[in-house]
Write a protein that binds this ligand. Sequence first.
Ligand SMILES: Cc1cc2nc3c(=O)[nH]c(=O)nc-3n(C[C@H](O)[C@H](O)[C@H](O)COP(=O)(O)OP(=O)(O)OC[C@H]3O[C@@H](n4cnc5c(N)ncnc54)[C@H](O)[C@@H]3O)c2cc1C
Length: 562
Amino acid sequence: MAINKQAYNAIKAVVGERYISEDPAIMEGYRSGPAGYENSTGYERVMCCLPHAVCLPKNTKEVLAVVRICNRYDVPYVPYSTGFYGPRSHCHVENELIIDLKRHNEFEMDERHFYFNVGSGVTLAALQQECMNKGAYTIIGGGGAQCSAICNLIGDGWSPLSLRVGLPHRRILGTEVVLPDGEYLALGSLSYTDDPFWGEGPGPDLRGLLRGFTGVRGCLGVVAKMAIKSLPWQPEPLIPSGVAPNTTLQLPVGRVAWQNYLVPTKEAQVKAMFEIGHAEIAAACTKVPKFWRAIAKAEDKEEFWKIWLVENEESLRNFFIVRVLVVGYTSREDYEYQMRVLNDILSEVGGKATPTKPSDESWLKNADSAGMWLMCGSYVSVDYIIETLTQATQHGLTYAELKRKYTPPLMPDFGDPGWFQNFELGHQGYSEFLIYWDMREDISGVDQFYVDTSKMNIQHRYYTSLIGPHQPLYLTGPQYGPNYHIWMLKVKDEFDPKWLSHPPVPLAHDAFVDRAPWMQSIKDWNPPKEADFPVPKTFTYPKVDISKIPLNGALVKGDLYK
Ligand SMILES: Cc1cc2nc3c(=O)[nH]c(=O)nc-3n(C[C@H](O)[C@H](O)[C@H](O)COP(=O)(O)OP(=O)(O)OC[C@H]3O[C@@H](n4cnc5c(N)ncnc54)[C@H](O)[C@@H]3O)c2cc1C
């Protein structure tokens, strides 16, 4: 089987022969993994397959034409920007088309109003550099500068810099969307002028359709172009230095600096964060999990384990760090003022400044994301929460407790309660819980832990951003909203009646749980049988030998912990 030949030829006529392929060797380039986010999870092994074909439209008009052809010939497709988000960016049904948006790299800046109007192929790296050339800046998440700027904004879009820049939703201005049924939708001021300067626009604000809180992951069509707001930066240059992979940005002394403080207790850590927000100083403010410091010090995996295994529960329980970025946005005097206030706040909570390198490799032009899974090979953030600072700083403890049951296969981290930070000048708190494992181990426990955290959130009445397509919709839907899943499926049916845009998202995690035998023991909610899911029966899931999947297709039998 292949995709319909007439459809293939029609798409070829739109994008040109050079920008469409069904060559199996090229399709290999669109395989999920072998390293990266969620790589080696059961979800990846059960739900992902290679595309049958790939096309690369160069602008919104071509995207529109391709989606219309897919509709006419019932070709399922996946919108794909850089594919760094892992399995969820890859094909889940046979004979699918990837609409790779890298060529849609239109780029304009409105210097007067500080916004950039870009196609989905423009990366955050290009955006940040152009911003800085014009005295502006934006956020680059931990996923790295090589990700698509649009895609990051419709799914994620946060970092410690969210202390001052704020949440991503506010930076989405006029946007061009190609809906799954082939309609063109202009959002914000684009709905009544050619100028994308404004995100609101008359009538209901449909920006929620693009992302909910953490993204609909390609199941509601293609966001082709977007105007993105940037914020004023300071004028002094950041100087790249070092030799790859040990590169860094030297910060202008007296104008931009990271400063670390050791504080005596968690209460002091949280109080310092509140006070920094209250005083409206600093550009970023975060806790640093201790194992990140080990990653930063280690040259390779072996060295990581040497550094890490000297730790224990006690040493982690008593380690509290507050890391703050200060930027003299308007002048060096501004920088000095902020530093003085910062030192006063930290000395009041018993903090001690520690020597901190005058450089950055993590958050201004993030280049260290690929090292995040250095220790074990596989990594996923099982949750992130954007709520009050009070909630963000407590829920990690519950996660750490639950995690004990699943360690191994999860990496031993001595009860580390995750990462939290201060957003929107203290009006919001953020927390994230990261897990690591070796893909050669039996990964059943990884998959079970992932879904178990969702049940734990429900039990503890925690708000979580990781719902929607990231967890089984029939598990979280009845509990949040309640019944948000019914609304989400209605929206899906309305805009994508044929379910062509990235099927079976938003029900992909439900389908995975239903198909994987090792997930049955934790299934205590009430989903319909997979055969009754409102997904077209014409789609065929990847053909895999399910019995061999938890042990990496039984190629390698793990024995790390024996
Ligand atoms: C190690 C790691 C750490 C991360 N840390 C952070 C962090 O700290 N902060 C943060 O904000 N993010 C973080 N992320 C998330 C990551 O930055 C974003 O997922 C990424 O930017 C998405 O861009 P992409 O080009 O990789 O998307 P892709 O992988 O191409 O796509 C992601 C999803 O969006 C869909 N999609 C792609 N393009 C479009 C489009 N144009 N229209 C509609 N749907 C589309 C795809 O089908 C897929 O489901 C992290 C990711 C990783 C891997």
